[in-house]
Design a protein around this ligand. Structure first.
Ligand code: ADP
Length: 501
């Protein structure tokens, strides 16, 4: 601060006009103090109260050092300055003790004032400005930068012209590039990777035109040429005029996780394939035994075979479910849409479930909107959805309960609703319902038979058909699942396999 020369003149004026000083002190929002030769306050302006909690009188007679944070007082400089060892104006930044025991960061300007009698610098006029807010936002920024610099995700900022302005140190570990190597370059070095033109277009359309965050997986090339997979979230930061001011990208290397996932899926697919053949062979042989192809069975032998056969069926179901999961996860499911009447499709599912419905004495209520046109969906896939939701509704409803199916058309989509009066799903587990292997705490004891794969598959199928699925439930009262399918139907998707019902 080199405002000293003018202020010195002001100080001299004040020195000669104590009343003027008081007047200024009363209105000035920063604190003004005058210290005697021993650094005791002899004047304190009313701002001491608003800023630090003290009435001016409470400061008078006290040494200014009593209000210094001890860490800020230790500096030799401070005491030396106040000893007037260095003549003239000086500035200091320190923490000032408030009446409430806390500290405020202050910046002070200090002017030695000539003693009117002795004519030498005896007094000090101290102007103290509270800079706590500024300090704390500076601290925040410092901490924030620290967090970004030590993050294991790689964080990049680019300006509106997509030129990299900042890259954190993790950039090196993930991409192989040192931050200075990419700063000043186009972001496509880092974010565009191996993506095709359409994907790239969509990404920049989302970011630059729609001005919405973009999330995606990007296959990229490191500096050394090796490939890696990034999970990236890029957000456009807008200015007051809603123009993109800059972009922030946070990316994580998911190469290893992807590989592990792929191996898991591959293993499940392989194991279930290999299990299916012997299980099917057992099924045929047992059916032959039950049909009497190799002679009559005694009553007891028949009961045993029926029981083995049921266990075998359960294993086949599980293996099929696992196979379906691995097919869905590897994205090889074929979508083969044909115009389908959902009411007819539901009827075929109900026919299949008739035995179970009778067995549990379920009251089944079916209501289908009259204006339900055929929609272009893959009946094999959607049949699986109805089958899973309806068999769950039956399975998780006590004997004599009710299951309702309601299919309606809102002009844009067809909504299917499947409600039951069963055990319900605990609220605390709602977020896990569509997870792989989820089985409800409340029903796992009542119904031991279940894989926890049904709803996971249902959700994947609905989403692959551009639909949505949601539910509501109350424990002890019942559960409702809804799913929607666009009236326009789905586009065909080539794939290698379809799912096993
Ligand atoms: P599974 O029925 O083979 O256990 P699902 O994936 O179909 O597997 O269902 C997962 C879990 O969700 C079930 O175990 C059950 O706890 C809960 N659930 C699904 N549908 C219902 C329902 N209609 N009523 C109560 N709970 C349900």
């Amino acid at each position: 601060m080199d405002a000293a020369p003018q202020t010195e003149a002001v100080v001299n004026v004040l020195n000669d006009n104590p009343a003027l000083l008081k007047l200024i002190g009363n209105y000035y929002r920063d604190f003004i103090g005058i210290l005697d030769k021993d650094n005791n306050f002899i004047y304190a302006s009313p701002a001491s109260h608003t800023l630090f909690g003290y009435k001016p009188d409470e400061l008078i007679g006290h040494k200014i050092f009593e209000y210094f944070h001890k860490d800020d007082l230790n500096e030799l400089k401070v005491t030396k300055e106040f000893q007037r060892a260095v003549p003239g104006y000086f500035t200091l930044s320190y923490r000032f003790l408030r009446l409430d025991g806390g500290y405020s960061w202050v910046e002070s300007e200090n002017f030695p004032i000539k003693d009117p009698v002795l004519g030498t610098g005896q007094f000090i006029l101290t102007l103290i400005k509270d800079i706590t807010d500024r300090k704390s936002s500076e601290e925040m920024v410092k901490k924030f930068v620290q967090a970004v610099e030590t993050a294991s995700d790689f964080i990049v900022m680019a300006n509106g012209d997509r030129i990299v302005m900042y890259a954190n140190p993790a950039t090196k570990a993930i991409t192989g590039f040192e931050p200075p190597e990419i700063i000043g370059k186009d972001v496509s070095t880092l974010w565009s990777g191996e993506m095709d033109e359409k994907f790239k277009e969509e990404m920049w359309n989302t970011l630059g035109v729609k001005k919405k965050p973009f999330r995606g997986e990007i296959i990229n090339t490191k500096k050394d040429g090796s490939k890696y997979v990034l999970e990236t979230q890029i957000s456009p930061i807008l200015d007051e005029k809603d123009d993109v001011s800059f972009y922030v990208g946070i990316s994580r290397d998911i190469t290893k996780a992807k590989e592990v996932d792929r191996m898991k899926t591959e293993f499940i697919s392989l194991a279930s394939h290999q299990l299916r053949t012997p299980l099917t062979a057992m099924k045929w042989y047992m059916e032959m035994l039950l049909d009497g192809d190799v002679g009559d069975l005694s009553q007891e032998q028949r009961e045993y075979i029926v029981s083995i056969n049921q266990s075998n069926e359960r294993m086949i179901e599980l293996v099929n479910a696992l196979l379906n999961v691995s097919r869905i996860e590897s994205g090889r499911i074929m979508v083969d849409p044909i115009p389908t009447h959902l009411g007819d499709l539901v009827q075929t599912v109900l026919d299949e479930l008739q035995v179970k419905i009778k067995e549990k004495e379920i009251n089944m209520v079916v209501s289908i909107n009259g204006h339900l046109p055929k929609i272009n969906i893959d009946p094999k896939l959607i049949r699986n959805v109805y089958l899973n939701l309806l068999s769950n509704a039956i399975k998780y409803t006590p004997r004599g309960g009710e299951v309702d199916i309601f299919i309606s058309n809102n002009g844009k989509e067809v909504i299917s609703q499947i409600s039951d009066s069963g055990y319900g799903i605990p609220k605390s587990e709602f977020h896990r319902v569509f997870e792989k292997f989820y089985r409800g705490e409340n029903v796992a004891k009542v119904e031991t038979d279940g894989t926890g794969l049904g709803l996971y598959l249902v959700k994947a199928i609905i989403e692959s058909s551009n639909g949505k699925i949601w539910f509501d439930s109350e424990e002890g009262k019942g559960t409702t699942f809804w799913f929607s399918l666009d009236l326009k139907g789905v586009k065909a998707k080539a794939g290698e396999v379809t799912i096993t019902p």
